[in-house]
Ligand binder design. Structure first.
Ligand code: ADP
Ligand code: MG
Length: 285
């Protein structure tokens, strides 16, 4: 496997009215091509900050990110981001929202350019991948929350990014829709072998989808506490897995990390240290 992304000794200090706030410290992570990695941790620990640095939206105050051998300094089409709340333009149809991204990436001259016909086919292909071809001429206010997220994923995929960055992409959806979206994402990843970093606070979602689960300690000065390999065979079936001993073992490892290891310190009323001062430190995102 090839290394695609390397996060090296990333630190992030935010200036605040009360002084410098150390959000992240010594975050180190290497991601291979085609890997599905999820980031899990309590609310406010710094998951989105890590993702935003990888996306190039934030500049780390120390260390940095190397993608495909190049340092990340700004956002770029090699990294597509999907947020919890869809960021579709309300006056454009699903098709036109995807088209905007496709034009941005493929209308230039050069080896990656596409003709008008090729672009149309490519937009339709991506909407089909997320099962939205039947509603591609609808506007965001005419479709459900799950469908909007599908369009957001189609838009991200249509850019053919080297890595897909997802910040709680299904966090605002009801449980059933969420399950459908997870299954779709697994299907797509199986087919396209995308490299993905997904933030989630859902333990089952993390185990079901991931090759590795990166578990973060509580902030301030949050870092990676532990990384769990998820060697479950693919394709994965949620029903079969719910009865699978290995699945349940992995699931309980994540739960233990979140609710014993990262919670214990405060429960025992231990002296205040840097790991238990974060606001909402005990609530998973
Ligand atoms: N732009 C910012 N300025 C100051 N503090 C910030 C900023 N962005 C995030 N933080 C703080 O950094 C910590 C991590 O935030 P975030 O990455 O959003 O956490 P998570 O996504 O894990 O919930 C939080 O304590 C948050 O308040
Ligand atoms: Mg967040």
């Amino acid at each position: 496997m090839n290394t695609l992304l390397q996060i090296s000794d990333m630190g992030m200090v935010f200036p605040t009215p009360k002084g410098a706030f150390v959000a992240l410290e010594h975050v180190n992570l290497t991601i291979q091509q085609g890997e599905f990695v999820s980031l899990i941790g309590h609310s406010g620990c710094g998951k989105s900050t890590v993702l935003n640095v990888v996306a190039g939206l934030y500049q780390a105050t120390s260390g940095g990110v190397i993608l495909n051998g190049k340092e990340v300094q700004q956002p770029g089409p090699d990294r597509a981001v999907v947020f919890q709340n869809h960021s579709l333009l309300p006056w454009l149809t699903a098709y036109e929202n995807v088209e905007l991204a496709v034009k941005q990436v493929f209308s230039k001259t050069g080896e990656h350019s596409k003709t008008k016909t090729e672009m149309k086919e490519w937009i339709e292909h991506n909407l089909k991948l997320v099962h939205m071809d039947h509603a591609m001429h609808k506007r965001p206010n005419e479709i459900s929350g799950g469908m909007k997220q599908r369009v957001g994923i189609a838009r991200a995929l249509s850019m053919q990014p080297d890595i897909l960055l997802m910040d709680e992409p299904f966090g605002a959806l009801d449980a059933l829709t969420r399950a459908h979206m997870q299954d779709s994402l697994m299907e797509i990843q199986q087919e396209l072998n995308n490299t993905v970093i997904m933030i989630t606070h859902d333990v089952d979602e993390a185990v079901l989808l991931s090759d590795r689960i990166v578990m973060m300690t509580n902030g301030p000065a949050a870092t990676i506490g532990s990384i769990l390999d998820v060697p479950l065979a693919r394709p994965r079936d949620r029903l079969a897995l719910s009865r699978d001993a290995e699945y349940n073992h992995l699931r309980s490892d994540v739960l233990k990390f979140l609710y014993e290891k990262q919670r214990k310190v405060e429960n025992l009323n231990a002296p205040v240290n840097k790991c238990d001062q974060g606001e909402n430190a005990n609530h998973a995102a």
